[in-house]
Ligand binder design. Sequence first.
Ligand code: DSN
Length: 422
Amino acid sequence: MMNRTLAQADHEIAKIMAQELDRQKTTLMLIPSENYASRAVMEAMGSIFTNKYAEGYPKRRYYNGCEAYDALEQLAIDRAKDIFRCEHANVQVHTGSQANMAAFYCLLEKGDRILGMSVAHGGHLTHGLDRNFSGYFYEAHAYGLNPETDRLDYDGIMEVAKQVRPKLIIAGASAYPRIIDFQRFREIAEEVGAFLMADIAHIVGLVAAGSHPDPVPYCDIVTSTTHKTLRGPRGALILCPERLADRLDRAVFPGVQAGPLMQIIAAKAVAFKEAQEFGFREYQRQIIRNAQSLAQSLLEEDFTLVTGGTDNHLMLVDLRNKGITGREAANLLEAAGMCCNKNLIPGDPASPAETSGIRPGTPAVTTRGMKEPEMQLIGKWIARVIHDGRKEDGTPNETVIAEVRDQVAQLCEAFPIYEDLI
Ligand code: DSN
């Protein structure tokens, strides 16, 4: 039993995996929080490191037999500190949500006031949504975008912060296409005596490569996932200055987690090494160039972009002038081989299940090696599907969908991914 391959042990899961591999190879991954992990990262994730308990931290474990785990976790920590130019890194947090939970546990008491970006304006659930732990255990308040510009309005945030007097301000978003000014956030936090935390899950790779201003010098804690622009395994990390290191580590373990996923920590170490290598900075710069090219192509097709464009890896398309909802558009685009996600736009009159927007992004297509000419094609195909992909009765126009799906498949073939995986 121990030496069977997946195909031998479980043909049903093997079949699902083969189908999913085919989808990943033959369609365009345009969800900005998704990417392709390298083979080396996946090899570490699916390794013997899954077999061990290693509660504690390097050289301070509660289990015997942890020599290899001390070595790999220390490597991951040291590489994270190097990439993010910070004093301390915790690489044990399983997910972005748990990273934020640990950060709150480190800095706050139950019931303390927090101030984060409204989910309706692009913030994340863990930044204070009432149905999330962040809104349940803490007194959550929200800041939003300037309704004229749809950009962060730092003077407005200062006003809200003065009224609310939060103990923690959270900077960071899931659907904001512009630069975030962490220095301004620090000034606001100083003014009201709050801690400042940045959740850079989306822009983490851009930050690591110097393509987005660095939050580390201005924040008490920085949290992130590792699988988006950073292109590592599905997981998370937390950065902080040395003065908070012990408190933060205790907040992660035993605060919100027990056994760390050592195979994932090994994969994070691999991804961090890849981020230190030649080519990573250029990859991040190309993500932005590609996003700007795709944005320009969509503007030429009379799409409305929130804030008019992008500075980072994603754009928010307001579909209201196209007579289609975000849900309908994402479904049509998926049928045509372009996987996007529906997304609320600021002040959206539609529900989160329907939405008025989509949120295309370029990290994954850039991993495939695509550049500006391909982004121009993708922009045209998105337009073709949204403009002509439905018949008058609202049902999909299969001819148009099939025509675009064929073109997408040809492009994917020209930019292969995971060629030697089966
Ligand atoms: N769910 C992620 C995203 O897609 O932005 C954020 O956690």
